[in-house]
Design a binder for this molecule. Sequence first.
Ligand code: SF4
Length: 344
Amino acid sequence: MNFLETHSFKSELYVKSENDSVICLACRRKCKISEGNSGFCKVRLNKKGSLMVPYGYVSALNIDPIEKKPVYHFMPGSDTLSFGMLGCNFRCDYCQNYEISQVFSDENIKNISFRDISSDEIVSIAEDNNIKIIVSTYNEPTVSIEWALEIFKKAKNKIKSAKTGFVSNGYLSDEVLEYIDDHVDFIRVDLKSFNSERFKKLTKANLKDLIVSIEKIYKKGFHLEIVTLIVEGFNDTKQELKEMAFFIKSLSSDIPWHITRSHPDYKMSDINTPEAKKMDDLISYAKSLGLNYVYGGNYDTFYKDTLCPKCGEKIFERGYMSLKYYGIKEDLCPKCGGKIYGVY
Ligand code: SF4
């Protein structure tokens, strides 16, 4: 038996199809998987007509500040217990975690990095370190969503006021959004491009489907934050930022938007890192389009503090992936009483 077979359990998120094939319902690809094969993500397997999915291990387990996700409007200054798995339903050439996300889809990656662990052990580690937020991150959470939910349910049963979240590419099916509804508090989603062709070329997925998914995530009431990684020559025009901003604004001008700087990685080792001045210019432009919370990331920028959108009072001051000043009163600006979007 190979690694995936020994680290799997039976999913609840599939329907049977003809000749022992199954249709996976986890992400918007809805792969039809014949017996003995796996879906596009390579980690969800059809074994004798049942869908077997990742279980009982992590590829990484760390205590990270929530600012590192980046998530700025959900219990700022808190530590999270963050775990990753293996595999992804996208194929981005600039992936910064490709050694875990593409390990089964890129034959050049030989080493499977993992540690056996139970869901009870993960929850105990959170408890022992007084951590209230558990996050599925590093690779795409959707491909191992059943395992994440087992951990999240146990955490919420055992730890008072425990919260849970996903750092995701957002390509979640309607069925999955129902499945996680009562168990996940925040979803941080990537909006990689607003051009259908370039989005498809990068991810091998459809932008239209992602947009539907982001709309549903917000409308179902998950706390939502969006990240756009700026890659030179790919998505670094003001026109594209404007289209993204108008889409986000059509949902709510309160949704935090993190515009972050890329660096050369994986199959895009020849790209330029955008200059700080260019990043500041793009962020300043994005802020002028009517969104209340636009931030910079992955470089030293002053666009990382939260100001009250009504009166400009400083609500949170941040350092690099850290919180320096916490100035909110419940969820209101202490100066003008305006509401600040988020969970505090
Ligand atoms: S998670 Fe997505 S990519 Fe993976 S098998 Fe299911 S539908 Fe396919």
